[in-house]
Each structure stands twice: as structure tokens, then as C-alpha cells.
Design a protein around this ligand. Structure first.
Ligand SMILES: Cc1ncc(COP(=O)(O)O)c(C=O)c1O
Length: 405
């Protein structure tokens, strides 16, 4: 039987192959150190959990909630943007709560895409940026992920040579998977470009609060006039260690927010009210929970960079996000990232995310998530050191048999 039209547009999930190997290694008793998925391991702060428990006692909260988010939650998100970025938003018309930023992004794609619309998407990038639009019938044209002057010449070419003219441009800084951070000057140039060509800008700012130096990542909405063409997505998953709660936001351009809100009003009734109330409290907090999370990821980052480097696997220190983006050691690079990732599971008991899962430009890299504690990260480095030093004697067969390029 033929695959359904939409399903055919979705290639097999690359990470699934590593996940399957990981599961069978674990079933066989291996202690796999999992740096693969970006699934935060830290508990949600107790005060947020307590608020949920308190509110859930009230039966009135058990009814359908508000699809676009309860007013207090939207006000709290607007207050966050004012406090953190100096950006003024109308919580009635410029803020919508989403079931995680992933859902918001995917349904924005559903809301604005006509069949065949061209969308400019970084490569490598978080998969929903491309697949959200592919599922919605759009066509992806890859652009650079480098947030510097090299970004624009190929972008100009892409706009000039795309038929129809591109609908939207996707930004994601701090980037998953590369961890690169954009400056406000870069965003100014992007907005000028988008206005000149009448292109919508969709910015994924999921890692707004996970940064490791004294320069908090800016919002593209800080650029004067950006709301004319831009919507930005943020997430509570990483900032407040709330990935399972499914709470995020889209904010910015009124017409785009209205389109997303309308599509969502047909699809969902909003997050469970106790979750929305607890999320409101989190956003209105004093920021101390966030500082703690940031400090934990920073220590893990430093341990990873140091211990992996000593093991012979160079990991550049990421300035933000919960990921390191590391080039595959030279002698394994010809294998490609999927085969290298499988080797790491089989031979070093370490799971990583193969760069190819984020786009063809990622195939020389693997992504290492900071979701294991410092002790386990050091253990992963020891395992990798052992693997790298024994590979010359033990791996020649495997390497030559699996080499695919
Ligand atoms: C760049 C980026 N955007 C969005 C998401 C999804 O976040 P949420 O849990 O809010 O759907 C992730 C999660 O890893 C991410 O890395």
C-alpha cells in the first residue's frame, strides 16, 4: 500500500536509528551515557511544582482551558519581554501561549503556508524548522547558519532565484545544534533584508536564558520595527526545566499571531489550566531558578570541553544552549555522523546525536547534549579515550565495511 501523502514527506527520523541501538545496548546490560537527546534532566523548580499541585485541587481548573492562554499568562510573557529585552507587546494581540514552542512553530507553518511556498531555513537546524513547513506543503531552501556577513550573499541569491519568492525566513539563535549566538547588529541587517523583500521572519529563541557569558542573547524583536514582519517563539522547557509540561509562546506581529491563534482555536483547548497558572508564576519569578540552571549547564560544559579535549576529542566551548557541536575526529570523519554515532554507542557506551539529523551540512559533526551530570560526562570522556586509543587496532574492519562516502 502506498504511503500517505503527508507521511511520504517525512523521511525516517535519523535519531531513531541511534535510539534503537541505544535501547538494545541497554537491554543487553550496557550503561549508556546519553548525550543524545536534548531532554533536560534537571527537575522543575519545586515552587512551580507546588503551584501546580495547589491549583489542580480546584475542580474549576479541570474544565477546558483557553486555547490562546489565560490572560495572566499572556501578561506575564509580555512582562518578560519588557524586562529582558525592552520590547513592548500587547498581551491581547501580540502574545499566544503554545503547547511547547515546537507545536507553536509547526502550527504557524500550517497557518501561513500555501502549497509550494518557499521557506528559507538554516542548515543544520532543529528538525521542526524544516519539517513543520514540509508537512504544511511548503518547500525548503537551505541557507547558512553562520550569523555574520557571510549569511547575506547566498541569502540574496536564494531570494532572487526562488520561484515563487520566499514566504518566510527562519532564524534560530542561540542555534540548536551549532550553539552560535546572533548579535543585535546581525538582526538589524536581517530585518532590513526581510522588509526589503517582503519576507516573514520566524525566530526560534528557545535558548534565550541558557547562555554562559555576560552577554545574554538578544531578541530579534529588539530591532525597531521588527514586529512589522516577525514572530518569535520562546519555550519554558529549558529555561525552567519544564520540557514535559509543554508550554511555550509565540509573540510579535499581530497578523501572524492572529493566524496562529485561529488555527490553534480549531485544534486545541490550550494547556491544562494548572500548568498555565504555574507557568505564570514561573515567568513572574525573580530569576533565581534560571540562574541556577544556567550555572549547572555551564559547569557541565566546562567539564565536557576539558575532559573530552584531554581524551582526544576536541569540543569547542558553546557560548549558549545545552549543546556542544563537535567536529568528528579526523580519522572517523569519512564515516559520516550516523555511522560514527553508532560506533560510539557500540564501542564507548556513549550516545550522541548525529549531525546529519539536523541537515546535510551537519554530517561532519555530532551534537553532545549537557543532560548528564559532571561525573557521567567525565566517565563518557574516559570511555571515548579508550575507544579512540584502541580504534586503530580494533576498528579497521568495521570502518572499511561501513564507510559510505
Ligand atoms: C531550537 C529549539 N526549538 C524548539 C524546541 C522545542 O521546545 P519545546 O519543548 O518548547 O517544544 C527545542 C527543543 O529541543 C529546540 O532546541
Amino acid at each position: 500500500m502506498e504511503e500517505f501523502h503527508k507521511v511520504r514527506r517525512l523521511p525516517p527520523y535519523v535519531f531513531e536509528q541511534v535510539n534503537r541501538l541505544k535501547a538494545s545496548a541497554r537491554a543487553a546490560g550496557a550503561d549508556i551515557i546519553d548525550l543524545g537527546m536534548g531532554n533536560p534532566d534537571l527537575p522543575t523548580p519545586q515552587s512551580i511544582v507546588d503551584k501546580l499541585c495547589e491549583v489542580v485541587q480546584d475542580p474549576r481548573t479541570h474544565r477546558y482551558s483557553s486555547s490562546k492562554g489565560i490572560p495572566g499568562l499572556r501578561r506575564a510573557q509580555a512582562a518578560y519581554y519588557a524586562r529582558r529585552f525592552g520590547v513592548k507587546l500587547n498581551p491581547e494581540t501580540q502574545v499566544v501561549a503554545t503547547l511547547g514552542s515546537k507545536e507553536g512553530f509547526a502550527n504557524m507553518a500550517q497557518a501561513i503556508t500555501a502549497p509550494g511556498d518557499v521557506v528559507l531555513c538554516p542548515n543544520p537546524t532543529y528538525p521542526i524548522h524544516a519539517f513543520g513547513f514540509l508537512m504544511a506543503g511548503g518547500v525548503i531552501r537551505s541557507i547558512s547558519v553562520e550569523p555574520d556577513e557571510t549569511f547575506f550573499p547566498p541569502l540574496e541569491r536564494a531570494v532572487r532565484h526562488s520561484i515563487p519568492k520566499p514566504l518566510a525566513l527562519i532564524l534560530n539563535y542561540p542555534s540548536n545544534p551549532t550553539a552560535q549566538v546572533a548579535t543585535l547588529d546581525f538582526y538589524k541587517d536581517v530585518i532590513a533584508f526581510a522588509k526589503k523583500h517582503d519576507i516573514i521572519v520566524l525566530s526560534d529563541l528557545a535558548y534565550s536564558e541558557i547562555y554562559f557569558d555576560d552577554a545574554p542573547p538578544p531578541s530579534v524583536l529588539e530591532v525597531p520595527g521588527a514586529t512589522d514582519v516577525t514572530v518569535e517563539f520562546t519555550s519554558m522547557s529549558k529555561t525552567f526545566s519544564m520540557p514535559g509540561w509543554r508550554m511555550g509562546f509565540a509573540v510579535g506581529n499581530e497578523r501572524l499571531i492572529a493566524a496562529l491563534t485561529r488555527v490553534k482555536s480549531y485544534l486545541d483547548y490550550g494547556a491544562f489550566t494548572p500548568i498555565q497558572v504555574a507557568a505564570t508564576q514561573a515567568l513572574n519569578g525573580d530569576g533565581s531558578d534560571i540562574a541556577e540552571v544556567r550555572a549547572i549547564y555551564k559547569r557541565r560544559r566546562d567539564v565536557m570541553v576539558e575532559s573530552f579535549g584531554k581524551a582526544g576529542f576536541e569540543v569547542p566551548p558553546p557560548p549558549a544552549t545545552m549543546f556542544a557541536w563537535a567536529k568528528i575526529p579526523e580519522k572517523f570523519r569519512h564515516l559520516g555522523s550516523l555511522e560514527f554515532s553508532k560506533l560510539l554507542v557500540e564501542k564507548a557506551d556513549v550516545a550522541v546525536a548525529p549531525g546529519i539529523g539536523f541537515g546535510e551540512q551537519g554530517d561532519d559533526y555530532v551534537r553532545l547534549a549537557l543532560v548528564e551530570n559532571e561525573h557521567r560526562i567525565r566517565q563518557a570522556a574516559r570511555n571515548i579515550k579508550r575507544f579512540l586509543s584502541s580504534a586503530d587496532e580494533t576498528m579497521h574492519n568495521v570502518i572499511s565495511l561501513n564507510a559510505h562516502r
